[in-house]
Design a protein around this ligand. Structure first.
Ligand SMILES: Nc1ncnc2c1ncn2[C@@H]1O[C@H](COP(=O)(O)OP(=O)(O)O)[C@@H](O)[C@H]1O
Ligand SMILES: [Mg+2]
Length: 225
């Protein structure tokens, strides 16, 4: 354990992929609260690559993250220029690790990233009207949740990661990705240091019934031991 993170089989698999970045895209897929974001954050901080992190929200426009035309003042007035966005800067940085967290919120847009998994390794930015060669060693992690049960069936389609991306990606699922030992070690972060093991385990056994873990975690942020 370090900095409030517990090394797990999941974090070792992600670390192993980041080392080679092959295939170029990793899709980390599983339910909310299964440790996807913290795991990638931890691995990204350790991997020594330049990291470009984007957290998608509803309404994020991937094309705008490639860049947009803006005005800038010049001695004779103003000029328009193309300001490169975080995604494009990442794709042009050799060895970069790009992370798109909560990618399910922009699932239908993800096809614009297909080029990353192709042998041509090119990316067309329509707004800029040109194609860029993707830099050597760039790789991408997509973190995505499946639709929760409460999402209506006609809405589910919007959550689906496009087939072209799934076909190109290494997929790691985080449904039940943690062992019981790992889950108890993580739960331990939220108990006082001197709390007996039996209580942590007992609480873990009952958590589904007494209190959703996410709720409990919010009440007691880890002390960073
Ligand atoms: N390996 C781990 N070490 C420490 N805490 C963890 C670990 N895995 C999960 N957690 C805890 O679980 C919580 C939920 O994880 P998170 O990465 O936000 O889930 P997801 O991104 O899958 O929704 C985190 O805030 C953290 O408290
Ligand atoms: Mg997350």
């Amino acid at each position: 354990m370090n900095n409030g993170f517990v090394e797990t089989g999941l974090s070792r698999r992600v670390t192993e992929w980041v080392r080679h970045g092959d295939p170029t895209i990793l899709l980390l897929y599983g339910p909310a609260g299964s440790g996807k974001t913290v795991t990638v954050r931890h691995v990204a901080a350790q991997c020594g690559r330049p990291v470009f992190w984007v957290s998608a929200t509803r309404g994020t426009n991937l094309e705008l993250l490639f860049g947009l035309w803006t005005l800038r003042p010049t001695p004779n007035g103003t000029e328009t220029f193309f300001e490169e966005g975080i995604l494009l800067r990442g794709l042009l940085t050799p060895g970069a690790l790009l992370v798109l967290d909560d990618a399910h919120l922009v699932a239908p847009d993800l096809q614009v990233l297909n080029g990353l998994g192709d042998s041509t390794r090119e990316l067309t930015v329509p707004a800029r009207g040109r194609t860029y060669p993707i830099a050597e060693g760039v790789c991408l992690v997509l973190i995505a949740n499946p639709p929760p049960r409460t999402v209506a069936s006609w809405e589910r389609e919007r959550w689906l990661i496009p087939e072209q991306i799934r076909d190109r990606a290494r997929v790691i699922q985080t449904f039940d990705a943690l062992t019981l030992e790992e889950e108890v070690a993580i739960a331990r972060l939220y108990f006082p240091e001197d709390c007996p093991d039996e209580i942590v385990r007992e609480w873990w056994n009952w958590r589904g019934i007494c209190a959703p873990i996410a709720f409990f975690r919010r009440m007691r942020p880890p002390s960073g031991r």
